[in-house]
Design a protein around this ligand. Structure first.
Ligand SMILES: *Cc1c(COP(=O)(O)O)cnc(C)c1O
Length: 218
């Protein structure tokens, strides 16, 4: 199957309101161009250096919207702010506060999702629910970040029902945050190649798909 055929299939399965973000980590610029020519404009990377090299090669593709989805070390935050429109992987108060300061200084105001874990998972970054409620009062005043949604990555090995339940809980958490704080979270960045149909069923607004579009990564 070609990239275009894969995209045809995926787009036929999801409502047009769901934003398909093509994850191109470890994939060459030629693959990005192929998806671009198909009509995809949202691309995600998880490593800064790799992303910036590709972005330089794609400078004339000015309407690409770049999404950052990897864990962020403080010393890389400025580069990410300068080179990405969306940051899905804001996973701690310390990082959020650091990004807010940088945003104020540079006058670049990124679209942000807060990464949460509805199930404990030592292999993933992000807030657990209890910690999140503790930090929320300190997140609300970060006015230089456009905090627009939640992002989640499910632990490996869940059953279909457990996936559905966990996506549902993510959505419920966003609803509760909107009721109880000044944040207004409209976006749910959830769903990857293995579980995006379940995520869409539970209200995902952005799905992050890599291998199902571009093939397995080595
Ligand atoms: C790699 C990655 C994806 C895409 O994963 P696939 O299973 O290839 O679709 C999505 N989100 C994040 C955060 C990733 O790191």
């Amino acid at each position: 199957m070609t990239i275009a055929e894969n995209l045809d299939k995926i787009l036929s399965e999801i409502p047009s309101s769901v934003r398909l973000v093509a994850v191109t980590k470890k994939k060459p610029v030629t693959a990005i161009k192929e998806a671009y020519h198909y009509g995809i404009r949202d691309f995600a990377e998880s490593r800064v250096q790799e992303a910036i090299l590709k972005q330089e090669e794609l400078q004339d593709h000015k309407d690409i919207c770049w999404h950052f989805i990897g864990h962020i070390q403080t010393n890389k935050a400025k580069k990410i702010l300068e080179n990405f429109h969306w940051i899905h992987s804001v996973d701690s108060l310390k990082l959020a506060e650091h990004l807010d300061k940088l945003a104020a200084k540079t006058s670049i105001y990124p679209h942000v999702c807060l990464q949460v874990k509805l199930l404990p998972d030592p292999n993933k970054y992000g807030w657990e629910v209890m910690e999140f409620w503790q930090d929320l009062p300190k997140l609300e005043p970060l006015k230089h970040l456009k905090i627009e949604g939640l992002m989640t990555i499910l632990p490996l090995g869940l059953s279909e029902n457990e996936c559905l339940e966990t996506f549902e809980k993510t959505k419920e958490l966003a609803t509760k945050i909107n009721e109880k704080s000044s944040l207004q979270l409209k976006e749910l960045s959830m769903g990857m190649s293995n579980d995006y149909l379940l995520a869409v069923e539970k209200g995902a607004t952005m799905i992050r798909l890599g291998s199902i579009i571009f093939g397995a990564r080595n």
